[in-house]
Every structure is written in C-alpha cells, then in structure tokens.
Design a protein around this ligand. Structure first.
Ligand SMILES: Cc1cc2nc3c(=O)[nH]c(=O)nc-3n(C[C@H](O)[C@H](O)[C@H](O)COP(=O)(O)OP(=O)(O)OC[C@H]3O[C@@H](n4cnc5c(N)ncnc54)[C@H](O)[C@@H]3O)c2cc1C
Ligand code: FES
Ligand code: FES
Length: 483
C-alpha cells in the first residue's frame, strides 16, 4: 500500500516549489497555472485576456526532461490545472533576463519596437522564447505558426516577426542552456516517485497516476471522474462555465500513452500523444492529417491537446474525426479488466456521445496505412484560417480504377449533430465514372443527405453549399481528365 501523496512539486523558474492544497485553502487542485502565478508576488507578467485559450496573453513555457535534454513547450496557462505541471519546470517572463541583461528575445522586441500597449507582450515574449529554444534560423512559416496563438492588436506583427528572426539567428547560449543539468537533476528528483498523486480537499478529489495500470484502477474506482488529457476542452468547464469539477482523473503524466509506432500495415498512436508532436511525426506518413493539424488551434493548444482527447470529445466539429473515418481508424479502449478495439464508425454514437464505457480509457488509435492507390484528403473551412473551429470539415478517401470510383468515403464535420458519412452519395458514386457530370449529380444527393444547423458560425444553406463544393474540390484535385 503506497502512502498517500497529496502535494505537488515543480520548479518555478529555478526554485523548487511544493504546493500543499490542504494548507493553502485559497488554492484548489483545479486552480489554473495562470491564477496561481497571479496570486504570487512578482509574477504579474502573465495576463488573463480570454481565459479560453484564444489570446495567448497567459502564455508561459514549460520544460520537461526528454531523454536527458530539456524540451520546451509554450502553453496557455489559463487552461492548465496546477497538478498538470507536477515534475516540470515552469518558466515565466520575469525570469528570462539575467539580472542586468535582457534575454535575446526581449532585447530584439525592444530593438524592433515589438510592443506598444504591452498587454500581449509578456505572452508574445514567451512564445518567442519557446521558438528560440526549439528553432535556429526558423522559416517565416514556423515563426508565424509560433505566434498564431498570440493576439496583438497594436503592433501588426511585423516588428514581432523581425524580433523573432533576429533573436533566433544567434547561437543559443542563454542561462537556461547553461543551467540545464541542474534543472534536469531537480526534475528527476521530483519524478523519482511514481506512485499516484491523490489530492483530496473538501470539495474536490484530484487523481494523477503515472502508470496506465494505476489510471485504469482509478477509472474503475471513480467512474464519474472527469478525465483530463490536455484539458483544452475540460478546463473550459471551469473557466467559462464555472463548474466545480468534483473528481478529476488527470492522465497527462502517463508516458505509456505517448507514442507513435508503425509496422507494415498500421500506425499506432498513443492516446496521450499531443497534437504538436503528432504533427511533427506524420509529415510524409499521413499528409492529410498533417494538413489538418497545421490549421488546428494554435501551437499553445496543440502542445497540450491530446489525440485521445479530441476523439473522446466527439464534437460534431472536431477536426480529427472526419479524417479518422476516411482512414478507417480503430480506437483501442482499455479497462482494468478488459480491452477492445472499435472501428471509428461504431465509436461515435451521437452528439458528443461515444461507446466508451465508464471504466474505460482510450489508449490507442490505429490508422491502417492507406493502399497506394487510395487518396486521402482533408479540408477545413472556418471563418479564420488559424485558431478557429471548423464551420465544415471533410475527410475523404477515394480509390479510382480506370477513372471509375472503386471506393469512396465522404465524412463531414459540422453538417450534423455528429461526424457523419454521406452514405447515399458514396453509394451513388461507387462504380460510376469520375467525371464532372457525375460529381455534379452527386452534389445534389449530398445536399439532400444533410440538414445542417444555422448558428453563429454559418447558416445551414451556406454549410450545405460548402459540403457540395468540397466534393467538387475533391474532384478538381483528383481528376486527370480535366474540368
Ligand atoms: C483555443 C482552442 C482552440 C481549439 N481549436 C480546435 C481545432 O482547431 N480543432 C478541434 O478539433 N478542436 C479544437 N479545440 C478543442 C480541443 O483543443 C481539442 O478537442 C483537443 O484535442 C482536446 O484534447 P485534450 O487532450 O485537451 O482533451 P481534454 O480536455 O483533456 O478532454 C476532452 C474530453 O475527452 C475525455 N478524454 C480525454 N482523454 C481521454 C482518454 N484517453 N480516454 C477517454 N476519455 C478521454 C475527457 O473526459 C473529456 O471529456 C480547441 C480548443 C481551444 C480551447
Ligand atoms: S487568457 Fe487568453 S489564452 Fe489564456
Ligand atoms: S502591444 Fe498592445 S495588444 Fe499587443
């Protein structure tokens, strides 16, 4: 029997911090890192703009020991509960400078007039710091991507991009590199103990296991606990809906769920793999998924959000699901006593409804390698290109033989209360010539298959038009006989 562990530890800049929730009644296990920092003296640099991951004013950097090197990630601190940073280094804007010398990213912001009103600036600086630690002489596309999650209404970004180009062109010899081994030693000491954290306060129970076996036991014992992968969906229940989450099962610290492996026929992806890591691993292996991840949220969101979390949310506008239909993916569900593999079509049951039983976790996503003659395409239509939720998205699979449709999957997000295939249109197209005339007929069937909603993002008529036009786009991108 393990002794109960109910305090968390992390390194705040360069100091070891222990938080005991029972002797700090002003802190809850679900206090966000943002609110924790702002409760401290001398840590008011981090700002709250939106409290929902959209503005980046709360950006901080966390560092973790990855095979003997620190790996740095920008995150939105408004979405992260304190125990999620147990065993990590939390770096804030106050600590970037050496006492008398600004960090290169700060100095270049000054040199290029990257700040005016200054509200967004600490978050922007932390995003530039994350860029600096991860990239030397990055392409402009990489710089822009690192700033997608930071809204600045004053400077117009060009000075900030210039600051990034200059800062990241120098060799990284900052104090974080110099002190890396000391920080790693501190983090290793915290992570030496691997039995779970069990934080119990008057109103909340927060469980943080570090092994899958422990996680499955907690899941069995506390079947109604809210599961936290990256918390980019779940945290909003607290920050926006002001719910008190009474029981939380935080699986963000389970390394066993963070992997990407492939054999001859299939890719197997651990459900805890974050979307930024996934994006970097699949550029050539799963190009349609990579294309979708390039327009998924922001870097801060992708650094937190897990593959499993997106699928479990079963949102009708979740970006991964239509594609997983096109890839004929399978979801592995495990409980303490059992495991099963469910095709994605059977996994999604309705509006935010899945076939997960209340003692199960998603542990793996299997994506069969597409046959060489099968084309998979992804499309996302949203009001803004970046950091926006889909109005309509499509995940399509097409196999042609002699310009005739052998097989086709047309899966849509945003067109119904759940991700849905256009089965009648697929049926109509199978066996037919892949010509514009046939596709135009199919577009009419497609329109009649869905009754989309009108909401703040779009009217039903517009959604219907997009869906039809996405089919035409698929045709125009795949036809060899011309339009
Ligand atoms: C600013 C912002 C932008 C976003 N942009 C996009 C976008 O472009 N496209 C998009 O699709 N989504 C977007 N999202 C939504 C969200 O980021 C994603 O759905 C994300 O993938 C959720 O993953 P997570 O790990 O953070 O989930 P969490 O919030 O941790 O969990 C979400 C749900 O899944 C359950 N869950 C998590 N992991 C498991 C598991 N292993 N087994 C069983 N259940 C589990 C939880 O109980 C919870 O119900 C955005 C969110 C924000 C805040
Ligand atoms: S406060 Fe806006 S992203 Fe966190
Ligand atoms: S400097 Fe004012 S919002 Fe960015």
């Amino acid at each position: 029997m393990n002794p109960q562990r109910d305090t968390i530890q992390f390194v705040l800049n360069d100091k070891l911090v222990t938080v005991d929730f029972n002797s700090n009644p002003e802190l809850k296990p679900t206090t966000t890192v943002l609110n924790y920092l702002r409760s401290l003296p001398f840590h008011k640099g981090v700002k709250e703009g939106c409290a929902e991951g959209d503005c980046g004013a709360c950006t901080v950097v966390i560092a973790e020991n990855l095979n003997g090197k620190l790996s740095y990630k920008t995150i939105d601190s408004c979405l992260v509960f304190l125990p999620m940073i147990h065993g990590k280094q939390l770096i804030t804007v106050e600590n970037l400078a050496d006492p008398d010398v600004l960090h290169p990213v700060q100095q270049e912001m000054v040199n290029h007039n990257g700040s005016q009103c200054g509200y967004c600036t600490p978050g922007v600086v932390m995003s530039l710091f994350g860029l600096y630690k991860n990239h030397h002489k990055p392409e402009r596309e990489v710089i822009e991507d690192s700033l997608t999650g930071n809204l600045c209404r004053c400077t117009g970004y060009e000075p900030i991009i210039k600051a990034a180009e200059h800062a990241c062109s120098c060799v990284d010899t900052d104090k974080f590199t110099i002190h890396e081994n000391q920080i790693i030693a501190m983090l290793d000491e915290i992570s030496r103990i691997t039995y779970p954290l069990e934080i119990k306060t008057l109103s909340q129970k927060y469980f943080k296991p570090f092994t899958l076996a422990d996680a499955l036991l907690f899941r069995k014992t506390y079947p109604t606990a809210t599961i936290i992968g990256g918390a980019t969906d779940s945290a909003l229940r607290q920050t926006k809906k002001h719910e008190v989450l009474p029981e939380i099962l935080d699986i963000s610290g389970i390394e066993e769920l963070d992997y990407f492996i492939e054999d001859e026929t299939v890719y197997k992806i651990g459900s805890g793999t974050n979307l930024e890591k996934l994006k970097s691993l699949i550029v050539e292996k799963l190009p349609a998924l990579h294309k979708m991840l390039k327009v998924f949220g922001s870097l801060q969101i992708r650094n937190l959000a897990t593959f499993g979390g997106n699928i479990a949310s079963a949102s009708p506008i979740g970006d991964m699901l239509p594609l997983l239909f096109a890839y004929k993916a399978k979801i592995k569900l495990q409980s303490a006593d059992n495991e099963r593999i469910v095709p994605i079509g059977d996994f999604i049951k309705g509006y935010r409804l899945t076939s997960i039983q209340n003692d199960e976790l998603i542990t793996e996503i299997e994506i069969p390698k597409p046959d060489s003659d099968t084309l998979i395409c992804s499309y996302k239509v949203s009001k803004r290109k970046h950091l926006d939720i889909s109005t309509v998205s499509g995940g399509f699979s097409l196999r042609l033989e002699n310009e005739t449709v052998k097989d086709i999957i047309l899966a849509f997000g945003g067109m119904a209360s759940q991700t849905k295939r256009a089965t009648q249109t697929e049926e109509f197209l199978r066996g037919k010539a892949w010509t514009r005339k046939v596709v135009e007929e199919a577009m009419e069937i497609l329109a009649s298959e869905f009754l989309p909603l009108s909401d703040a993002r779009s009217s039903a008529v517009y959604r219907s038009l997009i869906a039809r036009n996405l089919l035409l786009k698929l045709f125009s991108e795949t036809t060899t006989s011309g339009l």
